[in-house]
Design a binder for this molecule. Structure first.
Ligand code: PLP
Length: 419
């Protein structure tokens, strides 16, 4: 055990104790594989604004926002107010709510390709729904997606993370438009849809090369397949989503995270024509139900979250992220550690490698990034174990200075720990 882990353990005795209790009732004491790390994950107690507290009373600056979903930080007062009001009127109704209409309207107004929205409860469900719709419309089974792309935990889409084709899923390298075009021309008659994240998230925040998304969309259409853009993470990059930035018009858009304002949510959106497959007034429409679809509390929170994510706020977050990426690079250079960062808007992923790797979830710098993650926690910074950072609108420039100071100390600890 190195000194970083010793310090982590010393500061988190109550978390460790609760971890043992959790292991008796949940496999690995965990219920979310992405968020698991060794020696044991923290148990959190509270979040407010840009801060989180664990059960041992340690405070962390939240640089993850529940994996990019809390774009306005924790317990954002306008969201808490809307949620309290909604919850006081009942937390789940067996019919439509005004909040649902408001959130759907905001999404249709903001996202160019979205004319109609169907809600579900998570990004994973949005992926399942998009696959279901594409298979129904085309009568085909296969899905084509990016190697190391991530669209949630539905088996046919999760195989992307394994990096190998599945029974009903084919993979091509993100950025390699020619490979996508070739598969679509050879196997197009079997392919129901192409799924792509505009910016790969889980694979390390990878931006698409110019023209990549457009070429794949075109090839999908030539083959009669649907082009599905997964904007579950990327809606935070622009009021109009990443499709506005990269000038691409998908047939279906997957949404989640920020559109629930911190509550469970998912949705797909598309043209009136494509989405009319769900219209229960049509004969043979797709049966899509869910007890909590379009939950009134999630929609009330989500409407505030989306409405208050303005271009100005996005620009401020992006500038802060740029500065943070520069300062982390400077600190690592000072500590004589190999380091690289990929930053897109308010998202970034760091690597203890001279050059950022190609899109992958396989880490060559596994030990260094694990050390950094624990060292960052020791210095009061909450980042993802894989080095993903997502800023929020409630981080002041003053707090950013504090973040830079703390991250510099964490990086120095990594250098001292050696290999
Ligand atoms: C791009 C992308 N799509 C889909 C999902 C799945 O969303 P959820 O975790 O809400 O099921 C995620 C989750 O991280 C994601 O990053």
């Amino acid at each position: 055990m190195n000194s970083i882990e010793e310090r982590y353990r010393a500061a988190s005795a109550r978390s460790a104790e609760l971890g043992k209790q959790a292991e008796r009732v949940m496999p690995g004491g965990d219920t979310r594989t992405t968020a698991f790390y060794r020696p044991y994950p923290l148990t959190l107690a509270r979040g407010e604004g840009p801060f989180l507290w664990d059960v041992d009373g340690n405070r962390y600056i939240d640089l993850l926002g529940n994996y990019t979903s809390l774009v306005h930080g924790n317990a954002y007062p306008p969201i808490v107010e809307a949620v309290n009001k909604a919850a006081a009127n009942g937390t789940a109704w067996p019919a439509r709510s005004e909040a649902q209409i408001e959130l759907a309207t905001l999404l249709c107004e903001r996202i160019a390709s979205v004319e109609r929205v169907r809600f579900c409860n998570s990004g994973t469900e949005a992926g399942m729904l998009a696959a279901h719709l594409a298979r129904r419309l085309t009568g085909r089974k296969l899905i084509l997606m990016a190697r190391y792309g991530y669209h949630g935990s539905y088996e046919d889409l999760e195989v992307g993370l394994a990096g190998q084709d599945g029974e009903r899923t084919m993979l091509a390298d993100f950025g390699d438009a020619t490979a996508f075009e070739a598969l679509l021309s050879e196997r197009g008659s079997e392919i129901a849809a192409v799924f792509l994240e505009p910016v790969l998230g889980s694979a390390g925040v990878v931006e698409p090369q110019a023209g990549f998304l457009g070429r794949v969309a075109e090839a999908a259409h030539r083959a009669g397949a649907l082009f599905v853009l997964d904007e579950v993470i990327t809606l935070r990059l622009d009021e109009g989503g990443a499709q506005k930035i990269y000038d691409v018009r998908p047939d279906l858009t997957m949404m989640g995270k920020i559109i629930g304002g911190g509550f469970p949510v998912g949705a797909i959106g598309g043209s009136e024509e494509v989405m009319s497959s769900f219209d229960p007034r049509n004969r043979g429409s797709i049966w899509h139900s869910g007890t909590f679809n379009g939950n009134p509390v999630s929609c009330a929170a989500g409407a505030v979250s989306v409405r208050e994510l303005t271009s100005d706020r996005i620009a401020t977050m992006n500038q802060q992220a740029e500065r943070l990426a520069d300062e982390l690079t400077r600190a690592a250079r000072h500590a004589e550690l190999p380091f690289s960062v990929r930053q897109v808007g308010s998202l970034m992923n760091i690597f203890f490698l001279k050059e950022p790797p190609a899109a992958t979830i396989v880490r060559e710098d596994g030990r260094a990034i694990a050390n950094f993650h624990l060292a960052a926690l020791n210095h009061g910074l909450f980042v993802a174990p894989r080095g993903l950072i997502a800023l929020s609108t409630v981080i002041s420039d003053e707090l950013l200075n504090e973040i830079i100071g703390r991250a510099t100390e964490a990086i120095a600890d990594v250098a001292s720990a050696g290999d």
